[in-house]
Design a protein around this ligand. Sequence first.
Ligand code: FES
Length: 240
Amino acid sequence: MPGDIAVGNDADEAPIGAGHTDAAEGLGRHDADAEAGVAARPPADEDGVQVVAPGGMPDWMPLWVTGAMLVLWAPGGFRVTCYYYRGAYYKAFWADPPSCAVGEPRKKYLGERSFPLIIQNIHRYFLYLALLFLVILAHDLWKALWFDGKFGIGVGTIVLALNLVMLSSYTFGCHSLRHLVGGLYDRLAQRPLRKTAYDCVSCFNRRHMLWAWCSLFTVGFSDLYVRMCAMGIWTDWRIL
Ligand code: FES
């Protein structure tokens, strides 16, 4: 994840240096741009690892603000407002509705048309950010395919690729995306492109719960993997 971990040294070994900004560099890949980034950033802490925003934190930023805090609100907001997760935590914690055919613990059903649940409509805007994150993660994966300028594949490459596939499957099955690509029309028969896009999103949407849980696991494991490699605790083994 951009802004997560900054490290990098040899292509085949676990990274031990400091100064890079994204997941691919956390795995030890680097290039000329990344080298330039090293010089622009403050030195690493005693673990040899920095957790900084790209380009470093500005002086006015409070010390308790971490790079993760600057990034995680977007994917976190996307998940919290997801229709599937809503269905789960409404039943478990909100009791609105508690379940099918179960009486409300209040006089009338408020649903999502009044405050505070009407805020959940923000989900469509988090979707736009989530799509942008997929582009950033694809860029990370691309960089994880290069070892000192030569094409290669490491375990980290596979971890990042799997994460991208899971997150894409989750995001492309989003109900808001389904509405966006075709659901807003009453008839799609005259719009073959939208019909195809609608069918594709519907296909992912059928297993939305599965993708939600799989991607939650892979995104957590990817961050852990990069962090462990960046700290030199795990070795990112080269396969190809
Ligand atoms: S509805 Fe689940 S991600 Fe949009």
